[in-house]
Design a protein around this ligand. Structure first.
Ligand code: URA
Length: 180
């Protein structure tokens, strides 16, 4: 089912980002994952390869996963929108609306126990439209039997290393929740 959805997504022309993308970045990982990570949008390296979180931000994400003993191949990783916005600008509301159906379907098929939003854009879309990262990162919210949480986007950590210690604590809580 996930394969059929991927094929539909790869052919998507629902918004103008279809004109400028190199590859659709559908998502990757274990379709039976307990944890689903949701970022914002593909960057340059992701657009070139078709894989999520493979650039510098992705390498930092890998380090956090490793630090808390979560194998990357055991989770599923995707984004709110599947095509790169030019110059990596924030995805606009129209692009998010055109794309969010794919994420909803991925969520339904994968049926994770824990959803981890990476960054404000994903947290505001999936947890709370008024989500404030500095105040609410690491909080676990249960909705329909699924735990939702958010932490700093790894690209934000590259700009702002001061948030790294909090992020490590958030990842430890995620690993604990996944192990229990
Ligand atoms: N940033 C994101 O939000 N997603 C990616 O896939 C890469 C960088």
């Amino acid at each position: 089912m996930l394969e059929q959805l991927r094929e539909r997504c790869l052919a998507c022309r629902a918004c103008p980002l279809a004109e400028t993308r190199t590859h659709v970045v559908f998502g990757s990982g274990d379709p039976g994952a307990d944890i689903m990570f949701v970022g914002e949008a593909p960057g340059k390296n992701e657009d070139l390869t078709g894989e999520p979180f493979v650039g510098r931000a992705g390498q930092l994400l890998d380090r956090y996963l490793e630090a808390v003993g979560i194998p990357r191949e055991k989770v599923y990783i995707t984004n709110i929108i599947k095509c790169r916005p030019p110059q990596n600008r924030d995805p606009n509301p129209g692009e998010q609306e055109a794309c969010i159906g794919y994420l909803r379907e991925q969520f339904r098929i994968i049926s994770p126990r824990i959803v981890v939003c990476l960054g404000r854009i994903a947290a505001q879309k999936m947890i709370d439209p008024n989500f404030r990262m500095t105040r609410q990162h690491g909080e676990m919210v249960k909705k329909g039997g699924v735990l939702f949480t958010a932490t700093y986007h790894p690209a934000a950590l590259l700009r702002n290393p001061a948030y790294k210690a909090d992020t490590l604590q958030d990842f430890k809580r995620i690993a604990e929740a996944a192990g229990s």
